[in-house]
Design a binder for this molecule. Structure first.
Ligand SMILES: Nc1ncnc2c1ncn2[C@@H]1O[C@H](COP(=O)(O)OP(=O)(O)OP(=O)(O)O)[C@@H](O)[C@H]1O
Ligand SMILES: NC(=[NH2+])NCCC[C@H](N)C(=O)O
Length: 389
């Protein structure tokens, strides 16, 4: 074993500025995690093992064997198993608990990612491949309004994530990367002419707290200070490079550099899923003509969190189902329909006034249109149950 200087711009990011950039390099020249990092990984493993109230996929799949096999590994950008697991170790209430600091992490730390991916995405196995993109062009008319009388659904939203090719994910990005990426995407926003898409970019830097909080309360903007992202080292230089684009009607929105490089969102009041999807397709197709995105042959569109791989599509409604949501088996009914229940202010929030956010859960191993259809068919069924209850 030699000690050598590895030029890890990302290692600075991952390990906080000010730390020495010297890391251990094995004889094969493969970068290796240092002893301190390995100790933290082992301590993290022990903490998870001792936490009886922790039910994350991380805890379930981070076996002693996996720790021993992966603890010394390091990606070319300097990411270690610690970077992958630290959010789930800090937040024992995580559902998933791990993130990929860069694309290489999905292969280097495969023995951990693959079983998590398999369990989260309906059994998507290590030899399975994400199908070709099918956003649902020409098929949106199949998705007729789920609630034409406006009795149940407050609003419908479909989002997808995209990573700009050539850049790693949050923990490995430098401040210059953030500025650069924001600059590139702002130029693309300026070219949007279609009346459905045309709008303005609002950087977080310089936005008043009042405006920011209003956008969050109205469900348009990402929240600040997400402890899961913070513990994953994903909020560095905040608010530099972060912001939101939206059209006048706030029905087409793009989040810049929150959890993923981009989140493209279409949303509107009511239950017209077809219209919402139609607008999203237009937005994605227009933007992707100008920006190359990272796609993996097996895992599809690449994202920071393994729960978002593949299509990256989460199609949701904000819905009131007072009768069936009061039943003890409501979660089981949704699980069986492969739907996920969230609270009114998004992930890790509670329901308010009996309104739930219900969406497709899996995003990998199916097409984009199938993800939306999963939500559509499931919600249709839930509304029928509510009417009969
Ligand atoms: N159908 C919907 N109608 C209106 N707002 C919605 C709808 N679905 C989600 N939202 C809002 O979008 C915002 C973001 O939600 P949330 O963070 O749960 O989901 P996300 O954007 O899909 O990302 P992630 O899964 O990474 O958390 C929240 O304010 C949430 O209330
Ligand atoms: N926004 C997401 N990536 N959501 C999925 C996981 C979020 C968080 N890391 C958890 O495990 O609970």
């Amino acid at each position: 074993m030699l000690r050598a200087s590895y030029p890890p711009s990302s290692l600075h990011c991952i390990r906080c500025i000010g730390e020495s950039a010297t890391v251990e390099v094995a004889e094969s020249d493969t970068p290796m995690a240092d002893a301190e990092t390995i100790k933290k990984i082992e301590d993290g493993y022990a903490k998870l093992q001792g936490a009886n109230d922790c039910h994350s996929l991380l805890k379930k799949h981070l076996s002693k064997q996996v720790v021993d096999d992966l603890k010394a590994k390091k990606t070319k950008l300097g990411a270690t198993l610690l970077d992958v697991i630290q959010s789930g170790v800090a937040n024992l209430d995580s559902g998933v608990g791990l993130y990929a600091p860069d694309a290489e992490s999905y292969t280097l730390f495969k023995p951990l990612f693959d079983p998590v991916i398999q369990e989260y995405h309906n059994g998507f196995g290590p030899n399975q491949k994400q199908p070709q993109t099918d956003l649902g062009e020409g098929k949106t008319s199949q998705l007729v309004d789920l609630d034409p009388e406006g009795k149940f659904i407050n609003s419908t939203r479909i989002r997808c994530g995209r990573s700009l090719a050539g850049y790693p994910f949050n923990p490995c990005l430098t401040e210059a990367n953030y500025k650069d990426m924001e600059g590139k995407i702002r130029k693309v926003f300026d070219t949007l002419e279609d009346p459905d898409l045309k709008g303005k970019y609002y950087p977080l830097l310089g936005m008043s707290k009042e405006d920011q909080n209003q956008l969050i309360a109205d469900h348009f903007l990402f929240k600040e200070g997400d402890r899961f992202l913070q513990a994953a080292n994903a909020c560095r230089y905040w608010p530099v490079g972060r912001g939101i684009f939206h059209n006048n009607a706030k029905t087409f929105l793009v989040w810049v550099n929150e959890e993923d490089h981009l989140r493209l969102i279409s949303m509107q009041p009511g239950g017209n899923v077809g219209q919402v999807l139609e607008r999203l397709i237009k937005g994605v197709k227009t933007i992707e003509k100008q920006v190359p995105f990272s796609r993996d042959d097996r895992l599809g569109w690449l994202t920071f969190c393994p729960s978002n791989l593949g299509t990256t599509v989460r199609a949701s409604v904000h819905i009131r189902l007072p009768k069936i949501s009061a039943k003890p088996d409501f979660k089981k009914i949704c699980d069986d329909l492969k739907l996920q229940i969230r609270g009114i202010h998004g992930e890790h929030s509670d329901s308010e006034g009996g309104v739930y956010d219900i969406s497709n859960k899996a995003r990998l191993g199916c097409t984009e249109f199938e993800c939306v259809k999963q939500m559509y068919d499931g919600i249709k069924h839930l509304i029928e149950l509510e009417k009969k209850a």
